[in-house]
Design a protein around this ligand. Structure first.
Ligand SMILES: Nc1ncnc2c1ncn2[C@@H]1O[C@H](COP(=O)(O)OP(=O)(O)O)[C@@H](O)[C@H]1O
Ligand SMILES: [Mg+2]
Length: 437
């Protein structure tokens, strides 16, 4: 007898996928001999750029699509149709608008012929677990995007699957809602409170993968192949500002962009090097906000060709580029093939009022600009919560020229003031906490 517990929950062997064009011709391979396994107790990220075949693979695993070649074994048996032990959470939950939250969650159980009273009890439990208590009789249109997505989670959990597949489940939510749902979900997982054994989560977001998963499988693009597997052994709850966390993100980022990881901080050039040694261009927060607004508005609606945008804003591309790069550094935008594309945070910023903007800016500054986190830490640690600016200048000069150090410090002061991360007094040239306790 084979001991099924010792076997992987899911085995994917040499899976290939290709699609046909409208005229019936075969296109190039989308998935090229993808093999991986998933064991009980694991939460694994399938990480790759948009279009690399992540959703295609997930559909094959769930039995919703057939691969061109290769096999998928779930608990040792081939998957060729949707299986009772596998449930899926999609990017946004397709809820029935005429059904209440409770009825939407019960639906999957009804289809499985679960008796009515049992279905009700299980649905109520799942609703409670995922933080929707009190919303049982609400209709989808009465719920926020985050709450609707929670219904999607409840609907997947209620069937008590062994394996939960998630296809970019947080990517349609705004940043803060996404983070709340992520951490709520992660708490349930870490505490073992969900009726599931393993999770395979598709994402294009490196930080999300490092935050949540204990293993990351990186899928390359054109064709989709397994490019790397990375074990993440950081303790939960994980802290995005933890140097080990940042290092892992940088490593994976380099891997995905096939850029060598910089080993020593460079002495010049904006953003060269990682960490504290990164020099920052002197860009006003007005300009940053203005660019976010411009890209969010019509005709761009979130994505703009950089040269066209430069024309539009009557700037040279050389002036525009550092602005775009700063937005990218702070994760308000991504630069992709000559386009600037706003992230959800970027879009949210563009739509927000000034207080929300400042908060969001301050949060991103601390999370993504190591020097800002450093300044904050020094101010936090000091009993009177102030420090001379010169103190940081000296520190920066270990990494870069005097001139770059000055520009960098000036930028961090301006950005920190805007984000209300810290205050600066011109007369005494001192930094202090905005609201010392
Ligand atoms: N049903 C389909 N028919 C034709 N092409 C498809 C189909 N589904 C996906 N593709 C193509 O396959 C590639 C991978 O798509 P997908 O699996 O959705 O990637 P990802 O989820 O990583 O963004 C893309 O180029 C996409 O256009
Ligand atoms: Mg996809």
């Amino acid at each position: 007898m084979l001991d099924s517990a010792a076997k992987p929950l899911l085995e994917i062997k040499d899976v290939c996928q290709r699609y046909r064009t409208g005229s019936g011709e075969e296109r190039a391979l989308v998935l090229d001999h993808v093999s991986m396994t998933l064991n009980e107790g694991e939460i694994v990220a399938l990480l790759g750029r948009s279009g690399c075949g992540k959703s295609s693979l997930l559909r094959i695993i769930s039995g919703l699509a057939k691969p061109a070649d290769g096999t998928v074994l779930f608990r040792g048996k081939p998957v060729d149709e949707p299986s009772a032990g596998i449930a899926m959470v999609f990017q946004s939950a397709a809820l029935f608008p005429w059904l209440t939250v409770l009825a939407n969650v019960e639906l999957g159980l009804r289809a499985k012929k679960v008796p009515e009273h049992e279905a009700r009890a299980r649905a109520l439990k799942a609703i409670d677990l995922i933080g929707l208590d009190g919303f049982e009789s609400a209709f989808p249109k009465e719920l926020s995007g985050g709450m609707r997505q929670r219904v999607g989670f409840a609907r997947a959990l209620v069937v008590a699957p062994n394996l939960l597949l998630m296809d970019e489940p947080f990517s349609a939510l705004d940043v803060l809602t996404a983070e709340t749902l992520r951490t709520d979900f992660l708490d349930l997982w870490v505490e073992g409170r969900m009726p599931i054994k393993s999770i395979l989560m598709v994402t294009h977001n490196i930080e999300e993968a490092v935050l949540m998963c204990n293993r990351i499988v990186v899928l390359s693009s054109n064709p989709g192949r397994i490019a790397a597997e990375i074990q993440v052994n950081l303790q939960h709850p994980r802290n995005r500002l933890d140097p080990e966390f940042r290092q892992m993100v940088d490593k994976i980022y380099a891997l995905m962009t096939r850029r060598p990881v910089p080993t020593a901080p460079a002495r010049d050039g904006a953003f060269s090097g990682l960490g504290l040694g990164m020099s920052l261009p002197n860009i006003s927060t007005n300009l940053l906000a203005g660019m976010l607004e411009a890209v969010a508005a019509t005709p761009y609606n979130g994505r703009a060709d950089l040269p066209a945008l430069a024309d539009d804003l009557q700037m040279t591309i050389d002036d525009l580029f550092p602005v775009a790069e700063t937005l990218q550094l702070m994760r308000f935008a991504e630069i992709e093939e000559g386009d600037i594309k706003l992230t959800l945070a970027g879009l949210r910023f563009a739509e927000a009022d000034v207080d929300v903007r400042k908060k969001l800016f301050g949060d991103h500054l601390l999370a993504y600009v190591p020097l800002a986190a450093r300044v904050k830490m020094v101010l936090d640690e000091r009993p009177a919560h102030w420090a001379r600016a010169a103190r940081f200048l000296e520190e920066l000069e270990d990494y870069m020229s005097e001139e770059y150090a000055e520009t960098t410090l000036k930028s961090i002061i301006n950005w920190g003031r805007y984000g209300e991360t810290f205050a600066y007094d011109e007369a005494s040239e001192t930094l202090s906490l905005e609201n010392p306790q």
